[in-house]
Design a protein around this ligand. Structure first.
Ligand code: GRF
Length: 193
């Protein structure tokens, strides 16, 4: 990604659908001096996303696009991003698939965090499948978004060990804690910091 010029931070939008713990963590990271990004917009496809509370808490603009009118909403979303001069998009638990057109426009600038060691376990219910397959390890991955689900270039991964008494819920908790450390690391990495 292009190097930073002066002290200006790269305007970033975070897309969520649910709890928003990664969003909260990214906002806290963005406020640090070493962070190359600022979070200027929160986008959700779900008006009930719990994570939307962080918009008020951190005084960040939020927008909800439910995509009931798909093409229309995408146009409005693209205009919003352009008007706000958003340069980077971080998907954080965003459950909608972005269109090919959208991904093309933001090529190389959309990041996603996924709760598995990609390319293994793309898609949903990763921890359940990991346990069913008796894997020894699992983890999380930050990757660039391409038009194929969970398949873009990997930026960084963190591996954790599966324990004997693990359940999908227990793994999810430990992986999420690692996600919170990994996303900021991925951002520093893509800016060569
Ligand atoms: C995370 O596990 C992330 O990897 C996945 O969705 C979850 C989102 O959690 N894509 P949160 O909304 O950030 O708490």
């Amino acid at each position: 990604m292009a190097p930073l010029i002066g002290n200006k931070k790269i305007k970033t939008a975070v897309f969520i659908s649910g709890t928003g713990s990664n969003l909260k963590n990214l906002v806290l990271f963005s406020k640090k001096k070493l962070s190359p990004i600022s979070i200027d917009l929160i986008v959700s496809n779900n008006p009930k996303s719990k994570g939307l509370v962080y918009a008020k808490k951190f005084k960040i603009e939020k927008k909800v696009f439910n995509f009931k009118k798909r093409v229309f909403d995408e146009k409005r979303l693209l205009k919003t991003l352009k008007d706000r001069k958003i340069n980077v998009i971080c998907l954080a638990g965003y459950m909608r698939i972005l269109s090919k057109n959208f991904i093309k426009i933001f090529k190389g600038k959309i990041l996603n965090i996924h709760p598995s060691l990609l390319p293994k376990y793309k898609g949903l219910n990763t921890h359940k499948r990991v346990l069913e397959n008796k894997e020894k390890y699992t983890g999380c991955t930050v990757h660039f978004v391409s038009s194929k689900l969970d398949s873009g270039k990997i930026i960084i991964q963190k591996r954790i060990k599966i324990k004997k008494k693990d359940t999908p819920k227990r793994i999810a908790k430990r992986v999420l804690m690692e996600e919170h450390k990994l996303y900021p690391k991925a951002i520093l990495k893509i800016f060569n910091l």
